[in-house]
Design a binder for this molecule. Structure first.
Ligand code: SF4
Length: 436
């Protein structure tokens, strides 16, 4: 059972991957991250998590780009109590190697096969084995069934992609820039993935797949057929209505990835019959809603501040945690982003297209920003902003008109100055709840 005795002291440091049992120190206290192991959870469980977030932390809840929950503002004692409350709720937090499957795995009518058995085999083989403590905390595997929510945008050491109902492709980025792709049946691909993880672990806990020599991968994968890497799939925004074998799933996302305990508790209380999955790109996918509930959801989502339409300008902005959540931040990034979307939507729309995103960071570290295909904007010292285009794996460059860029840059500089001086009209997190 996850509880106080299993909370790992001394692990609360920057640079580590936070979890429920190894929370990370941030500007507003400890941060715990959890991914439900079994995919969806009930609304009663969502309410229990939200209540625990408020009882033991500051009630701020984030959904990450990988679809994990982050609960913030915890003390050491609060983190221990949170772990106990999560266990009591029946939510089982994923532990050990991160093996990600699609958000609608098993119920997506467009997926080529169910990715969960292969993912469970890999995670299960590593869990509790001699391999587990040798793998670095950021090592991950994606098992992508090719459905509505592809995993192309997630960084992974081993990327598995369903080719059809029984065959899988494996993509690897290796040492010295070598790239390899192989395909085979599920058993052979699973065997190779585990052997590759063992090879990676042999290089030490800091090693990633990019440190493994191509000749080692070629030897391990000698029984598989070489193929071309699968092209990156478009990234789906988890907002709107999505078909599933359980009926339509309704997708929402909190503005800039953050909501609070009260909003999630209200959502759970209003739709107690639903189940919820957390999706990459900061999504909440609700299933189990009848027609009347689906008709009722948009109004409730608006009242609670969730984004439910793909043309919402807030979807064109991403932010790092910013102040006061990060001690390094020069500004509160979320209120600034909310003001930009609400009051300067035309400027934003002119410079940032539907397939682009403006990322605003509270310092030059640019947490969460894509590393490639970006155009950086000129902002005051201590604050960084960049526009990314499309998917980071694509070769596209942002096609931005210089005049529109400079107008956006000027607008941002003005907003940054006002927020820095404390003159912002709406600098509180409540700003996140207002539609632009
Ligand atoms: S980019 Fe800077 S301010 Fe933002 S979360 Fe990272 S370290 Fe903190």
């Amino acid at each position: 059972m996850t509880g106080p005795s299993s909370l790992q002291s001394g692990a609360w440091r920057r640079g580590a991957c936070p979890s429920l049992t190894t929370p990370m120190q941030t500007g507003d206290g400890l941060l715990a991250r959890l991914t439900p192991r079994d995919g969806d959870i009930s609304m009663a469980q969502l309410a229990a998590l939200a209540e625990a977030a408020a009882r033991h932390g500051n009630g701020l809840i984030e959904i990450t780009m990988r679809g994990a929950l982050q609960l913030r503002g915890l003390t050491a004692a609060g983190a221990r109590a949170l772990a106990m409350d999560v266990a009591a709720s029946g939510v089982i937090a994923r532990q050990g190697l991160a093996v990600d499957v699609n958000a609608l795995a098993g119920v997506d009518p467009l997926e080529r096969c169910d990715p969960r058995p292969l993912a469970a085999r890999i995670a299960g083989a590593v869990s509790g084995s001699a391999l587990a403590p040798l793998l670095g905390p950021k090592v991950s595997v994606t098992v992508d069934s090719g459905g509505q929510f592809g995993l192309s945008a997630l960084k992974a050491d081993i990327r598995l992609m369903a080719v059809d109902a029984s065959r899988w492709a494996m993509m690897l980025n290796l040492a010295a820039g070598a790239r390899r792709a192989f395909h085979g049946d599920e058993t052979a691909i699973g065997d190779a993935a585990l052997d590759l993880l063992a090879a990676l672990a042999a290089l030490g806990p800091e090693a990633r797949m990019r440190d493994v020599a191509a000749k080692i991968a070629d030897r391990i994968c000698a029984g598989l057929a070489a193929t071309e890497p699968a092209p990156a799939q478009p990234v789906a925004v988890p907002v709107g209505v999505f078909p599933t074998t359980l009926g339509p799933a309704m997708g929402l996302t909190p503005p800039f990835g953050a909501t609070d305990s009260g909003a999630l508790r209200q959502l759970a209380a209003t739709f107690p019959q639903a189940r919820v999955r957390f999706a990459p790109e900061r999504g909440l996918l609700l299933t189990g809603l009848d027609e009347a509930a689906r008709a009722h959801l948009p109004g409730v989502a608006d009242d609670l501040g969730f984004i439910r339409q793909t043309d919402d300008m807030r979807l064109r902005i991403s932010v790092c945690a910013g102040a006061p959540l990060c001690a390094s931040a020069a500004i509160a990034t979320r209120p600034l982003a909310a003001e930009l979307a609400r009051d300067h939507g035309a400027t934003l729309a002119a410079a940032v297209g539907p397939d682009q995103q403006l990322h605003v960071s509270g310092c030059g570290k640019r947490c969460g920003a894509p590393s490639r295909n970006v155009t950086r904007l000129d902002l005051p010292a201590g604050v960084a902003a960049a526009i990314s285009a499309g998917h980071p794996d694509t070769a596209r460059k942002p096609g931005l008109a210089p005049g529109r860029l400079s107008h956006l840059s000027r607008t941002l500089r003005t907003l940054v100055a006002r927020h820095t001086r404390g003159e912002a009209s709406d600098p509180t997190p409540d700003a996140l709840k207002k539609r632009p």
